[in-house]
Design a protein around this ligand. Sequence first.
Ligand SMILES: Cc1cc2nc3c(=O)[nH]c(=O)nc-3n(C[C@H](O)[C@H](O)[C@H](O)COP(=O)(O)OP(=O)(O)OC[C@H]3O[C@@H](n4cnc5c(N)ncnc54)[C@H](O)[C@@H]3O)c2cc1C
Length: 394
Amino acid sequence: MSDTPEDLRHEIRQWLADNAPGDWRDQSTHEGFVASQRAWFAQLVAAGYAVPHWPGEWPGGGRSLAEQKIIYEELARADTPRLLLSFVSTYHAAATLMECASKEQAAHYLPRILKGETWCQGFSEPGAGSDLAAIRTKAVRRGDVYVVSGQKIWSTMAQYADMCLLLVRTSSEGAKQAGMTYLLMDMTLPGVSVRPIHQIQGDEEFAEIFLDEVEIPVSQRVGEEGAGWAVAQATLASERGLTLMELSYRMRGAMTRLVSEIAGTDRTEDRGVLRDLGALATRVDAVCALADRFLQKRMEDEEKIGDASVVKLAYARCLRAWAEMGVTLSGLSGQLHAPITYGDLNSGNWMADFMNSYAWTIAGGSDEVQRNIIAERMLGMPREPRGWKLEAGQ
Ligand SMILES: Cc1cc2nc3c(=O)[nH]c(=O)nc-3n(C[C@H](O)[C@H](O)[C@H](O)COP(=O)(O)OP(=O)(O)OC[C@H]3O[C@@H](n4cnc5c(N)ncnc54)[C@H](O)[C@@H]3O)c2cc1C
């Protein structure tokens, strides 16, 4: 490990100059995308840059906040692909295994994640998204197994996943949250079927998972039966917190793409364009600063309810403004569509990035729900009435 943060910057910059994949936007098939993601992840693991947020006993883990920032900054600066395929494995699954699983479970799965095992998150259902406690996928204990039937939806990369973080209902007694249990499901078990969902921008980043009498060993349960809600909070906290730092830095790195749209054209003389770009750059910087401060608080154990929601909301809104500016500045050529555009904001295709930017206003908890959390739980404003419905015309 490098002696000072600046040594680390030098070291990773050098490594990226030799290793950053240059051709990742040229993938024209899903198989090509998956292969390139796996190869890049393996390279990052070998170099010790894949999981800087993991504890120190793991290769590349145990990095300070300053070091994590440098790694994310340099990966963004070198315009490397975001690891969409390993996202759930290295953040959500890892956080859950480290914080809530048994020692045996963590010791079994964490090394496999570093070897490239892919995980997906099976929380949402057609009738349970914002109101996650409404899940209906049912698990009945029969001896040493839970027999699980139901349906999950919007599961990112589930079609490529080896394992799934699965939230199920083991009881319908008492509070909705009390009857939930958390399982680790092998995606190859009999009764599991996966159907990719075709998205507006032409990709298939997530999928539906159908579960028909799937037998999951009881040993694959995380925490006690009925304690799934608390475990799920650990998974979600990682989604709304840590990942946003990486994403914010990537957005700042990608500002150069925006600027290159007008470089060499007479639009650099257009005061309106320059003003808008300047305002956006400041906003992107502010999101990075919010993400930094959030992580600092978390590392110092000072995180408060709603802190993660502030970062999530600010990031999602700013990403939309960023992509919108890209579409505006790129003119007609920005409408062209590359065949594969995975990568949220860094796909190389403005229109796809614009359409994708809306996903972040929903994924990991919608903007409206984040606002509710900030208003009610941070600012102490009155709670929304229970059970309200939107009337026609409202
Ligand atoms: C790109 C992407 C990736 C995702 N990946 C995963 C994944 O890997 N695994 C997984 O389990 N899920 C995943 N999801 C699902 C995501 O968690 C849900 O979409 C999200 O929680 C919202 O739930 P919903 O889609 O059911 O919408 P609903 O909850 O039905 O909401 C519909 C609308 O009503 C609004 N609304 C709902 N309740 C309130 C309220 N109380 N007050 C005000 N407004 C409200 C919402 O803000 C929204 O605008 C993903 C979603 C996206 C977009």
